[in-house]
Ligand binder design. Structure first.
Ligand code: CS2
Length: 468
């Protein structure tokens, strides 16, 4: 079967790049070439280029997978996105990525791009666990393999923070302006977190570099949203049917998409608003809304689904009792939020229920269930602290926590960077008559306010009992 490349004649009904890709030069480096980036930032950049052409080609860097980079290279970096909902499928080919590098094969090529003053923005989607955040202190986790390696060999980095730090060091040494670092992962105040980690890493090698970064580099926060399940053989077969050629990089996603970005760039940026991005002064209300309503409910759905042996999010939402639990959770979570400019939260929640129930999206509960230790602090635990401090009993958050612990207790293996500690906590459960004490004792997992709240912990214990 012929592969999708720049020479493929696409049918007129297929949305394709409306600009001259031959003339496009790199202006963005993106770290983390997975499905989410390809269905989100790359699509906004595609729209920005069609709206106002400029040198905003994306250099896509894959830190782990070599295969993605090779597949991209074999397809001239073209790939399709199928937007799916009840009303059907619509396919578009995205052209904004113009180069793909597997960092483990050619780290120097990545660093050369980061050092190139034509690159104005470095965006990231590497997932929560890849940053190497110390769960207790919030700074650099020196035990994280990539952090440890990058502290030892700073000029030959392997992880996201190492690449950013060495890239910025080369800019400074070359007398160049820095790039803007735009984190697009589901972390609270994500830009602030990455700024702290980069400055800490720089400090370890050269305090003057750290000072230069603190003074000159901006790390805007952003909220990103689009449900993008991992691609399957079915995704690729569908793309082939719609395109008439093979596309090994095709992804499917919901039609909904949102991007809210703190307007704080050190130099130029693409006109992402052409794709619908919103530039604001303060991203926090949007990000809390999304983390607590969407992602918090998503985690609840994922663990409910795992306990009930339901494979996809839409299956969980096919059971009325589950929908009621999700709505109840959202009602509790929304009370922890401040008003969000321009957003009707009641409508937002209704829309979430619709999105989760989307029959055309096969989103595995097991996919969302992974990395709970990295996700739940911002999705469930901090909101629980806020709920308790405003006089609520935090029962809904205790329920979601109990569902997670029940999931761990019935698991043989866990896909989580703290799986060892979590499985040990499950094995030690019930000591001293307290079902969950071993979980609450894991360092930096639960906030102190929850660890110290006997009533809330008793609630988690009794809910856990009632789940069995
Ligand atoms: C999900 C997210 O896997 C997960 O943890 O909750 O990836 C979610 O689909 C996205 O944040 C939606 O924007």
């Amino acid at each position: 079967m012929e592969r999708l490349t720049a020479r493929t004649q696409l049918h007129d009904s297929i949305h394709s790049p409306a600009y001259d890709r031959q003339a496009l030069r790199p202006g963005i480096v993106h770290i983390g070439l997975g499905a989410f980036h390809r269905a989100h930032q790359a699509v906004y950049t595609d729209a920005a280029l069609a709206h106002a052409f400029g040198n905003w080609g994306i250099v896509g860097v894959s830190l782990r997978s070599r295969e993605i980079a090779h597949d991209m290279q074999a397809q001239d970096c073209l790939y399709s996105v199928v937007a799916r909902d009840r009303s059907g499928d619509s396919i578009g080919v995205v052209g904004s990525i113009i180069e793909a590098i597997a960092a483990s094969e050619d780290g120097e090529a990545v660093l050369a791009r980061l050092a190139d003053p034509a690159v104005h923005v470095v965006t990231l989607t590497v997932s929560e666990k890849a940053y190497g955040i110390d769960p207790v202190g919030g700074g650099l986790d020196h035990a994280h393999p990539a952090i440890a390696s990058d502290l030892k060999s700073p000029t030959r980095p392997t992880g996201a923070i190492g690449y950013l730090t060495e890239g910025l060091a080369r800019r400074r040494d070359g007398g160049q302006r820095p790039f803007t670092v735009l984190c697009c992962d589901n972390l609270p105040s994500n830009g602030r977190i990455v700024r702290r980690l980069v400055i800490e890493m720089a400090e370890m090698r050269d305090p003057a570099l750290a000072a230069w970064i603190a003074e000159n580099v901006s790390f805007p926060c952003s909220m990103v949203d689009r449900i993008v399940p991992a691609a399957t053989a079915e995704t690729r077969a569908r793309a082939e049917r719609l395109l008439g050629v093979e596309d090994r990089l095709s992804i499917e996603a919901e039609t909904f998409s949102q991007w809210v970005i703190e307007d704080d760039f050190v130099s130029d940026r693409p006109a992402w608003e052409a794709g619908g991005a919103l530039f604001v002064k303060d991203v926090e209300p949007y990000e809390k809304m999304k983390l607590r309503l969407l992602n918090g409910s998503h985690s609840l759905i994922a663990y409910l689904g795992q306990l009930q042996k339901l494979e996809f999010v839409r299956d969980v939402m096919g059971v009325a009792e589950n929908v009621a639990l999700v709505r109840r959770h959202m009602q509790a979570a929304v009370r922890t939020l401040d008003p969000v400019p321009g957003i009707d939260l009641a409508r937002y929640m209704d829309q979430l229920v619709e999105r989760f129930a989307n029959p055309a999206i096969a989103h595995r509960t097991l996919q969302i269930a992974m990395d709970g230790s990295q996700k739940l602090p911002q999705r469930l635990f901090q909101p629980a602290v806020d709920a308790l401090s405003s006089g609520s009993d935090g029962a809904e958050f205790a329920f979601a926590t109990a569902v997670w612990i029940a999931f761990i207790r019935q698991a043989d293996t866990l896909d989580d960077p703290r799986s060892g500690e979590l499985l040990k906590a499950a094995a030690d459960a019930g000591q001293a008559g307290d079902e969950t004490a071993s979980f609450f004792a894991i360092p930096g997992l639960f906030p102190r306010e929850l660890q110290a709240n006997r009533a809330w912990r008793d609630r988690v214990n009794s809910l856990l009992k009632s789940l069995r």
